[in-house]
Ligand binder design. Sequence first.
Ligand code: EPZ
Length: 421
Amino acid sequence: MDRFRIRGGRPLSGDITIGGAKNAALPLMAAGLLTAERLVLTNVPKLADIVTMRLLLEQHGVAVEPATNDGRTLSIGGPITNTEAPYDIVRKMRASILVLGPLVARTGEARVSLPGGCNIGARPVDLHLKGLEQMGATITLDGGYIAATAPHGLKGTTIVFPFPSVGATENLLMAAALADGQTVLANVAREPEITDLADCLVAMGARITGIGSDRLTIEGVKALHGATHPIIADRIETGSYACAAAITGGALHLRNGRLDHLGAVARTLREAGVEMIEENGGLTVRRLNGLHGIDFITEPYPGFPTDMQAQLMALMCVAEGASMITENIFEDRFGHAPELNRMGANIKVHGASAIVRGKPGGLSGAPVMASDLRASFGLVLAGLSAQGTTTVNRVYHLDRGYETAELKLAACGADIERVGG
Ligand code: EPZ
């Protein structure tokens, strides 16, 4: 298993190119199941999760072909010959559940392994299943699989989400595009990745209004056609590297970074003493003076994103003063806290909240264990700042969502290397 060896204490400076958003690319690839024609996606990030989604689509019978030599353009399309999403793929990537809505909408059936829990929580999919049942699908669970059928197709209806679930919004939006009649989805998630998916579906011929709001109205159509769609830049990758500039006291220019998608992250970082300027087609980020501790809670967009919680916690470990961090989205997303404490941080977790007492004198390097995708980047951030050597183990977590992170950081002056085996 690969690990990163980092010798910290070096301010970063230089340019980092932000790639396409993983959490937009995955539902967009699943949208390729909605038409036999070719959906061409550009600005596709090169990540482990993208490879997994490609394998999943190919075993449904759909072709997923690189349309350019750099592999960042994928052409997806073709007949569906198998409507089962097997356990051995789904267990590797929970986002596999996003094929459920498109398969039922396009073929009238699907058999998708129930995604298990993961290191950040139980991750149920009840909202996905209830929504499909409300649209007329019959859902049964057997042997760890979801069996969904809609032999007469899905019917438009009104669905009010008790919680703005990102995945449930995406699954039901895709299903509604081919349903018979009008579907209203209320209290939906509003993340930029949802808007990107809706924009792509409209380009494919879907009839959707309310895009970007918490209420989507979809007039189902008989069939969707092919399209070409550019994937938006990854706002979490942008925020993560902004934290790298801040925690090392350097300055980075993040090419393609978008301030409008960073919303609460930008406000929080500014409050902590980080300057972010939109210029030259990206964002220039630098720490102004010292970092100060700030309080924040994670919320659905446009609130502070849970996917940036671990990175901000790492930053607060070296800030002046205390920070109160409340994780409202997932029930177990502080796995990085004990690892940061091994590096000399002072974090106390109490249920959904954590108190961080910052140490401006900094952390000290240590061997640490990554537990999930974003926690692993938080540990890398701590290592970049710490005195001495930090080894981050199990960076396969990080490779799921960050493309060549060690190369991007080394190119900006970090002393970081990937150690195999
Ligand atoms: C998406 O996960 C993202 N993944 C996650 O990013 C992100 O953390 C999350 O949204 C929140 O923003 C992808 O887009 C591939 P949810 P998702 O449905 O769709 C509960 C990363 O690091 N819930 O909004 O699974 C659930 O348990 C990943 O890139 C139900 O109870 O998130 C959780 O507490 C991690 N029932 C909360 O809602 C349901 O049917 C948020 O889940 C669905 C969700």
